[in-house]
Design a protein around this ligand. Structure first.
Ligand code: SF4
Length: 623
């Protein structure tokens, strides 16, 4: 759309700006555009919860373009209160396309408001409105109340078209892993973006628009999307596994590979995996009629779930749970109650919490309890031993409200473990809790975790695809040879996918060539597959440069918890393995053109980032 809105929450003023074509060519949209804006406009040393941090909400050139598979996405980019890194969080649903239909590629949110506010975006105009009546409300009520309140302005028939992204009580209470939720159950989950909105007193963005993005080259576009759809239809993951079982299909697969992190990464085999599997979820919990409504805009894959629990005391219904959520509340805490896992997931959606960090941090607490590090009175009578289903639900509440021990959990696993005297049990990278794959049995994935700019994350380079699922082809997961170049390639292409923006799950079937074809046809600018990689490489280097200026990022942060580097996997198919990071890191820096984890002047200049190199040089931070 070539246009963004800049909203100052302190003054309430809104400015509209056009986006220079050169910026869009180089940074594309979504994550890339957000990273560019943050690097240009925000001091990397800023306190993430201060008014000087900014929050960018961005769509990409493929968002909302009818025909492009799974392009119903938007990105939030900011500096994270959890990790102190630059951080992007992506979400699906229907909010992203609606923002595009409203004629905006992005909204830059600056400063903080004195009282709670929301943004009302209608056909390209943005207004800052009072949200005092919404403060304290959960995500679902906030969305319903906003739609009801705005209906008279758009007409009752159109009210259903209004889309909402908002925070819940967790964001208001500045929980360091509070999510921004949209379409009720979709989350820009990781990294505490909800806390950044909370610190700015921004409760929600409601949007409606009627402009449809145009395609520059319709014939080329048709050819490109037909080819992409054909590949998605022929791929076993996108055509069968995900539609049938959702992401939860992975529970049994990853457990069989011996890398399902269990009891805070003490082993990779969870004996009760079958009880919390995607197969059981599909058979006993999924509401297949409601499930259709949960699917993201324009998605032919349809991995989303809608589930219902009828058994007391965990009765409830809602979107999800995803694989990562089932793992975080299940194997990570040693809990085999799928009912309790579903209930904890519904609560996270309503209170606005990242399910991965939440479940993971409960697992950390359980290990601290086992070690005798947590005084009894801190738990106020709660059974927080491994496998306690009631602890899941109760601790989600306490965390969102920062009540009692919940106040410590709200700070994330690293700060929790440090406070109780055992920082070594925090399974984090750059302060972000690791997700649902024990890297000791997947060497490339271990390197991807260690070098992830936003901290512990499976989506910067999903090496599970080649190392376990055999896509595009199977590689030996226990070997380190060739992994650094592969990880770099995956990280770079993934950064562009997050900028287009299309869903990562398309990458099981599609890759740089397909994305280049669709992007070229939509924008009219020719991108080759290698251009797709270069755009991603530029983003990855820019993020790293931001982190270098933020907290001196580099080799000492490109690492993993000692448990994963030094304690061999005790059992299962990955028995005896540790992550051999030392064998991969130097080679990774070589293929990246970095020195000791920092981008060099030559690399930055090659990527058109001389201005970034100059800033690093001025601060004496160039290697
Ligand atoms: S595959 Fe799943 S997450 Fe991705 S766009 Fe489709 S429904 Fe959404």
């Amino acid at each position: 759309m070539g246009r963004l809105a800049r909203v100052n929450l302190w003054s309430g003023k809104v400015r509209y700006e056009s986006l220079p074509e050169e910026v869009l060519r180089k940074w594309v949209g979504g994550r890339g555009l957000g990273v560019y804006i943050m690097l240009r406009e925000v001091d990397p040393r800023v306190d993430p919860l201060s008014p000087s941090n900014k929050a960018v909400v961005a769509t990409g050139p493929l968002t909302g373009v009818a025909g492009v598979p799974s392009a119903g996405r938007w990105a939030s980019v900011t500096k994270s209160p959890l990790t102190n890194t630059i951080h992007d969080s992506q979400s699906g649903g229907k909010f992203g396309p609606e923002l595009k239909f409203a004629g905006l590629d992005a909204i830059i949110i600056e400063d903080s408001s004195e009282k709670p506010v929301y943004l009302w975006v209608k056909d390209g105009r943005v207004e800052v409105r009072d949200a005092t009546h919404l403060w304290g409300k959960d995500v679902h009520h906030t969305e319903d109340m906003l739609r009801e309140e705005l209906a008279p302005e758009v007409g009752r028939d159109e009210a259903g078209k209004i889309k909402v992204a908002c925070i819940g009580p967790a964001g208001e209470h500045l929980v360091k892993f509070a999510a921004i939720m949209n379409d009720k159950n979709r989350a820009a989950g990781r990294g505490g973006h909800g806390a950044v909105w909370g610190s700015k007193k921004l409760k929600a963005i409601a949007v409606i628009g009627h402009d449809k993005p145009k395609v520059a080259k319709p014939d080329r576009f048709k050819e490109a999307v037909v080819k992409a759809m054909d590949k998605l239809k022929k791929n076993s993951v996108t055509a069968e596994a995900l539609p049938k079982l959702g992401t939860a299909v992975l529970v049994n697969i990853i457990n069989k590979a011996g890398i399902l992190p269990t009891k805070n990464f003490s082993t990779g085999v969870f004996p009760a995996a079958d009880t919390i599997s995607g197969e059981r979820l599909a058979k006993e919990f999924v509401d297949w009629e409601k499930q259709r409504e949960e699917i993201c805009w324009g998605c032919p894959i349809g991995c989303a779930r809608y589930t219902r629990v009828e058994k007391s005391p965990f009765t409830g219904e809602g979107g999800g749970p995803e694989y990562e959520t089932i793992w975080a509340f299940g194997a990570q805490t040693g809990t085999d109650s799928l009912e309790a896992i579903c209930k904890a997931n519904y609560l996270c959606n309503e209170l606005g919490l990242d399910t991965i960090s939440m479940g993971h941090t409960i697992g950390t607490l359980m290990e601290l309890v086992e070690m005798g590090k947590v005084p009894k009175e801190a738990l106020r009578g709660l059974n927080a031993k491994w496998g306690s289903p009631e602890a899941l639900v109760e601790l989600v509440w306490r965390t969102a409200m920062r009540s009692g021990i919940g106040d410590d959990l709200a700070e994330g696993a690293l700060r929790l473990a440090t406070k109780y005297g055992a920082p070594e049990v925090a399974m984090v990278v750059r302060g972000q809790e690791l997700p649902a794959y024990d890297p000791r049995g997947v060497q490339g994935h271990g390197l991807a975790y260690a070098t992830s700019n936003r901290g512990g994350c499976h989506l910067r380079a999903y090496m599970i695809s080649p190392e376990v699922l055999g896509l595009p082809q199977l590689v030996d997961r226990f070997k380190t040879e060739g992994k650094p170049a592969m990880v770099k390639h995956f990280q770079d292409v993934s950064a562009t996918v997050d900028s287009l923006i299309v869903c990562k799950f398309t990458t099981f079937a599609l890759w740089a060539e397909d994305f280049a074809d669709m992007l070229s046809a939509v924008t009219g600018v020719d991108y080759s597959p290698s251009d797709i990689e270069v755009v991603g490489e530029r983003i990855y280097n820019a993020e790293r440069a931001f982190n270098v200026m933020s907290f001196g990022d580099g080799r000492e942060y490109d690492t993993l918890p000692k448990r994963l580097l030094e304690v061999p996997m005790p059992e299962g198919p990955a028995k005896g393995q540790v992550v051999k990071l030392d064998e991969m890191l130097d080679e990774y820096y070589r293929v990246r053109g970095w020195k000791d984890g920092r981008p060099t002047r030559e690399k930055l200049e090659e990527l058109g980032l001389r201005w970034v190199a100059e800033r690093l040089a001025e601060e004496g931070l160039l290697p």
